[in-house]
Ligand binder design. Structure first.
Ligand code: ME8
Length: 668
């Protein structure tokens, strides 16, 4: 019976269109899935979209759409992009699908029946952007993961007894394969050792989610909903026999691949939910690093994304796949730039593998009428030929280990070492000069050199196939070997290229890219990025044991000075009422205010002392920017900003309303 392999990507939020950060994870998983298939595993590769929760509800609202319309649109973009890129996923799950919703409710029921869910009241801070409860935070505190302001939540919720799983989780982490790399594993261990608090797993103040079974006023916490995709997609909780069989066959997953910012959800919450449901936990979770652009994590909210389509249009999918896996040490952060992409493409693909393929195959076509020649067994052999054969055999073994450890960059480096060795071998043996001679010795030597080159080419092509499948499929056909998907990678070794194999038509696979490629991509991005660019505030850097986002740089607004409605929606303008106003000692222009914004009372420091006497402000309704990161003025923390007209040479004038508006109302 075939061994199985089940691999997943995170399911991506539908509040942002896909960018190369999402492509990075998907490409890594696709590479692993392809390789496992080539090794003979019955492989299941899952990806999809995460469509519920407050963040999506708000994004849809800001775009003037229903959450479902909004989710349909962006989920469709992910699916379309993966199809265009030939991603070999076996399923694409959407959390708004019926199959998922029903099975998540089943999971909730099961955990509840097992006694791990109870009702309580949650009062505390919540980060909508990360959909994360921030334990121990105070109103106004920023999120420890992303640095954005948290919101105060006070609701009756269902709680999950996470605290009951501390010891079992620590036992799981004893296995070094469970969380990789080691740095992430250590972070998780110290987080869990420091004590776990029960987790709120429902929300009742909005409705865009899966209703809690038997209590539909509540929706299930979006992370429980999302994480469950890994089992719902393969049939957990289904009544169909076929689906049940698939679940039995593929669960537990062999690998959940994720980015490092969602480690806690996958390594703490997810295994605890599964243990509570009496289900096996995944075999391994691998967290890779971030793709940086202009030194910052690439993300929509920072306005520094690069769209995958741009690279596909100009250089093709293999260029992107190769670059990401070769250039970045998997597990660490790595930078993306168009310059580096084109340089790598030209050096390794156009001049490297592409050139080796075209020169070798062209010479076989020219000198041997397109048939793989017989290498000479006798006098026409020299030690250089055997050195290539030996080195190819070593490369096969090393690549196997490195790919197994997800060390893509090293694996490709080793494989391309063989390309360089064969290039050197060809230069030293000058087959073009041998081809001009008609004597038997030269013909025999030429046959050996070209066979050796072609066989090395075949081996590099086979090893590189999971990474650059489009090009390798072409080279394989040009080598006359048919469909590369039929190859059994576990049996790959030197000497399998049959003499007399008839080559296919030789065509270049990686045309060289010139400087204009960089300019074209940059131009496409400048045009495409404009509507998504935003003016982000400078966020405070927050030190935590969990990976913290680097502070965002203040980004320029779009070229024509306009921002999209999505960007405007990020600014939370609210009506507040001044409760306390007093002068700040030693600062003529500043007032310290306490403003009620409905959910809480905020301290603000405002530069309006010359325009307003403090006592005239008490009880006045004002407009404040409620989601500005806190900053300190004269030692006082200011949590927000009062909106006022700024008059040239005059005093500021506070924004106000003619009608009576309730405290806390949002301006949009
Ligand atoms: O977190 N560098 O979804 P998401 C590297 N829905 N990887 C990146 C990246 C970057 N700059 N940007 C995104 C969510 N990624 C949840 C997941 S799973 C049950 C729910 C990749 O749309 C990376 O894999 O924010 C990261 O973890 C994921 O996209 C986050 O996608």
């Amino acid at each position: 019976m075939k061994q199985k392999f089940y691999i997943t990507t995170p399911i991506y939020y539908v509040n942002a269109r896909p960018h190369i950060g999402h492509a990075y994870t998907t490409i890594a998983c696709d590479t692993i899935a392809r390789r496992q298939r080539m090794l003979g595993f019955e492989t299941f590769f899952l990806t999809g979209t995460d469509e519920h929760g407050q963040k999506i509800e708000r994004a849809a609202q800001a775009a003037g759409k229903t959450p479902q319309q909004y989710a349909d649109e962006i989920s469709g973009e992910f699916r379309k992009l993966w199809q265009r890129m030939g991603i070999s996923n076996d399923d694409f799950i959407r959390t708004t699908e019926d199959r998922h919703k029903k099975r998540v409710q089943e999971l909730f029921r099961c955990i509840r029946d097992n006694g791990f869910i109870y009702k309580g009241t949650y009062t505390g801070q919540y980060c909508v952007s990360d959909e994360l409860y921030v334990d121990g935070a105070q109103p106004g505190d920023p999120c420890p993961t992303c640095g954005r302001p948290t919101e105060t939540v006070k609701e009756e919720n269902y709680f999950f007894k996470l605290s009951a799983f501390q010891d079992q989780l620590l036992e799981l982490y004893a296995n070094p394969e469970f969380i990789r790399p080691e740095t992430r594993r250590n972070e998780v261990i110290s987080f869990v050792r420091s004590g776990l608090r029960d987790l709120s797993i429902s929300r009742s103040t909005f409705s865009w989610g899966i209703p809690v079974p038997d209590d539909p006023k509540h929706v299930i916490y979006v992370w429980l909903d999302a994480l469950a995709n890994y089992i719902t997609a393969i049939g957990y909780g289904s009544t169909h026999m076929g689906a049940q069989d698939a679940f039995k066959k593929f669960w537990p997953a062999d690998l959940h691949m994720i980015g490092k910012e969602i480690v806690r959800f996958h390594c703490v919450y997810w295994p605890a939910f599964l243990l509570a449901a009496g289900l096996p936990v995944p075999k391994g979770i691998m967290a890779h690093g971030w793709l940086l652009f202009e030194e910052d994590k690439m993300s929509k909210s920072r306005g520094n994304i690069v769209r995958t389509e741009t690279i596909l249009d100009v250089l093709g999918q293999d260029a992107l796949r190769y670059f990401l896996l070769r250039e970045i040490v998997f597990g660490q952060d790595g930078s993306f730039s168009f310059d580096a992409l084109v340089q790598r493409y030209n050096a390794d693909l156009a001049n490297g593998l592409g050139n080796l393929a075209s020169r070798t195959l062209t010479m076989i076509t020219r000198y041997f009428r397109g048939e793989v020649p017989y290498p000479s067994a006798g006098a026409a052999r020299n030690p250089g030929d055997d050195a290539i054969a030996k080195s190819a055999q070593t490369v096969i073994t090393e690549c196997r280990t490195l790919f197994d450890q997800y060390q893509f960059s090293r694996a490709l480096e080793v494989a391309w070492g063989l390309v360089a060795a064969v290039d050197k071998y060809i230069v030293e043996n000058e087959p073009w000069a041998l081809g001009e001679k008609q004597d038997e010795g030269s013909r025999a030597r030429l046959a050996t050199v070209l066979f050796t080159s072609a066989e090395a080419l075949r081996i590099v092509t086979a090893l590189a196939d999971p990474v650059i499948p489009e090009a390798t499929a072409k080279i394989w056909t040009q080598l006359g070997l048919g469909d590369i998907k039929q190859l059994d990678l576990s049996q790959l070794h030197w000497g399998q290229l049959a003499f007399g194999t008839k080559l296919g038509a030789v065509q270049p696979v990686f045309p060289r890219a010139d400087k204009s490629a960089i300019e074209r991509m940059q131009k496409m991005e400048d045009q495409g990025r404009a509507p998504a660019a935003i003016a982000t505030e400078v966020k405070p850097k927050v030190e935590t044991s969990a990976p913290a986002a680097a502070p965002a740089k203040a980004q320029a607004v779009v070229a024509d000075g306009k921002i999209s409605i999505d960007d405007f929606a990020k600014i939370e303008l609210r009506v507040g009422q001044v409760k306390v106003a007093e002068k700040v000692q030693g600062a003529d222009k500043l007032l310290r205010l306490e403003v009620d914004i409905g959910t809480e009372t905020r301290q603000l420091v405002a530069g309006i002392a010359e325009a307003y006497a403090p006592e005239t402000l008490i009880g006045r309704k004002v407009v404040i920017v409620a989601n500005l990161a806190p900053r300190k003025l004269r030692g006082l923390e200011s949590n927000g900003m009062i909106v006022a007209a700024s008059l040239e040479g005059g005093k500021p004038v506070l924004a106000s309303f003619l009608e009576d508006v309730p405290v806390g109302a949002r301006l949009k």
